[in-house]
Design a protein around this ligand. Structure first.
Ligand code: ADP
Ligand code: MG
Length: 143
C-alpha cells in the first residue's frame, strides 16, 4: 500500500505516481466522497496518457469513452446516479471490463457485486480545502 498527500498544484506529479504503481492493472476504482477529487485526478491521468478528449464525469451516460494518439481506448464510468446495479449489466459493463482497455470507475460502490476480483483501488480523502490524501492498493479478492 502506498500513501501520500498532494495539493492541486502537484496533481500531475501525483497522477504520475499513480500511473507508475497502477499501470499493470486495467480496472482502476476511485473511491472518495463527492468533491474529493476523483474526476480531477482522472483529468490529470488523461493528460499523462495524452488523451485530448474533453474529460468530464459521465453522469448522464454512465460511461465516457476516450482515445489517445496511440489509439488506446479508455473508459470512464460514474455510477453515482445508478439506481439499480443491473443497469450496469445492461450497458455492457462486463464487456468493458474484459476489453483490456483502462477502465476508470467513480462510485463503483454502486456496482460492487459486478466488480472483478482484481482491480486497483485509489482512495482519496479530503485533508483540507486544497490538500488530498491518496491511498493506492492492489486488490485481489480471489480467496
Ligand atoms: N489537491 C486537490 N486534488 C483534487 N481536487 C482538489 C484539490 N484541491 C482542491 N480540489 C478541488 O476539489 C474539487 C474536486 O472535484 P471533483 O474532482 O469533481 O470531485 P469528485 O469527482 O470526487 O466528486 C474540485 O473543485 C477541485 O478544484
Ligand atoms: Mg466526479
Amino acid at each position: 500500500m502506498i500513501e501520500f498527500s498532494y495539493g492541486k498544484e502537484a496533481i500531475s506529479e501525483a497522477a504520475r505516481k499513480v500511473v507508475e504503481v497502477a499501470s499493470s492493472e486495467r480496472i482502476w476504482v476511485f473511491k472518495g466522497e463527492m468533491g474529493a477529487g476523483k474526476t480531477t485526478l482522472i483529468k490529470a491521468l488523461a493528460s499523462i496518457f495524452e488523451i485530448q478528449d474533453q474529460i468530464s464525469s459521465p453522469t448522464f451516460g454512465i460511461v465516457n469513452e476516450y482515445e489517445n494518439k496511440s489509439d488506446e481506448k479508455f473508459y470512464h464510468f460514474d455510477f453515482y446516479r445508478l439506481d439499480d446495479p443491473t443497469e450496469a449489466l445492461d450497458i455492457g459493463i462486463e464487456e468493458y471490463f474484459y476489453s483490456k482497455n483502462y477502465c476508470w470507475l467513480e462510485w463503483a460502490e454502486k456496482i460492487a457485486e459486478f466488480l472483478p476480483d482484481q482491480y486497483f483501488l485509489i482512495k482519496i480523502e479530503i485533508l483540507s480545502e486544497t490538500e488530498r490524501n491518496l491511498t493506492l492498493q492492489h486488490i485481489n479478492d480471489v480467496s
